[in-house]
Design a protein around this ligand. Sequence first.
Ligand SMILES: NC(=O)c1ccc[n+]([C@@H]2O[C@H](COP(=O)([O-])OP(=O)(O)OC[C@H]3O[C@@H](n4cnc5c(N)ncnc54)[C@H](OP(=O)(O)O)[C@@H]3O)[C@@H](O)[C@H]2O)c1
Length: 336
Amino acid sequence: MSSPISFQAIRIFEEDGKFEQRIVARSTEDLPEGEVLIQVHYSSLNYKDALSASGNRGVTRNYPHTPGVDASGIVAASTDPDFKAGDSVIVTSYDLGMNTDGGFGEYIRVPAAWVLPLPEGLTMQEAMIYGTAGFTAAQSFWELKVAGCKPENGPVLVTGAAGGVGSIAVRLLLNGGYEVAAVSGHDNGKALLKEFGVQQILDREEAVDSGNRPLLKPQWNGVIDNVGGLPLSTALKTTQPGGVITTCGNVAGAELSTTVFPFILRGLRLIGIDSQNCPYALRKQLWQHLATDWKLPKLKVGLKEVSMEGMLNEIEPILRSEVKGRIVLRHKVAED
Ligand SMILES: NC(=O)c1ccc[n+]([C@@H]2O[C@H](COP(=O)([O-])OP(=O)(O)OC[C@H]3O[C@@H](n4cnc5c(N)ncnc54)[C@H](OP(=O)(O)O)[C@@H]3O)[C@@H](O)[C@H]2O)c1
């Protein structure tokens, strides 16, 4: 395809059952097969990247491995007619960074079916401020809107609101004219949410109910849940009749305890979000929204940009839920 290129990558090694993160030299010859070779300018940190970087076999089966479920960059070579050298592109999710070497390396090689042209209106850096977290927020927001959740019908609850997905979901909702009630368990998370203009901020404890009553006072017009577990069970008890709830994460627990009553007495709809397998056409449409009518005015609020060395220091904190807002990895080649 092209002569080999040397590059740097964050690589996770398994040694004696322990996982070590190191920056190492690699060659494009080491990358998996695929039609499109991309020089990565930016990547970003998602919760899933930290799981991959710390040896979670549910995310990454084999090591050594390069995480990074997100990448924006320039096509270096392509055997697919839809892409040519010099094109600005983005790749998010599919298998990138999971079992396919990801955006924490300066080059990736992927199937053309995973590659999207960078939408006009977004820089490569802005695309990674959104990243998979922002895309998942956009998919959740889109599902609420399609299901008929309207701003005039009351507040929308967002759980895990100061995290990657939550912080973008909050801003998409505010930008769309919705009143937002946001849950955060940290002072710096709450400060960030105030900066975004959130009207109501709840402590984690205020958003959970461990009682046996199947339904509680209805409060929410809709819910974007990013944490699962008890907060999601509680949201099902406290959403208004006809309301819609999306759910995408499990940081508060993978189990869901509920009854049929929210569904048969209040007509609630619970919608699962799987951004990894979002169909290409919808993916393209949602990125188009993120670049135009949904584009966040102050996208860089809450942004921390890091080098590869800096990224190594962020992996543990995101696993401890200490990261608020978005962390973007800027590779050396990036100019914008
Ligand atoms: N389904 C999909 O397509 C998809 C895509 C992307 C992400 N996800 C999942 O979505 C979840 C959120 O991802 P993310 O990237 O936004 O992660 P993140 O940046 O770590 O944010 C998660 C937030 O959840 C809150 N939280 C953590 N532990 C909690 C607990 N025990 N109870 C209640 N709240 C808790 C924290 O906020 P406070 O400390 O401020 O409360 C944290 O900031 C993860 O489970 C991730 O795997 C799924």
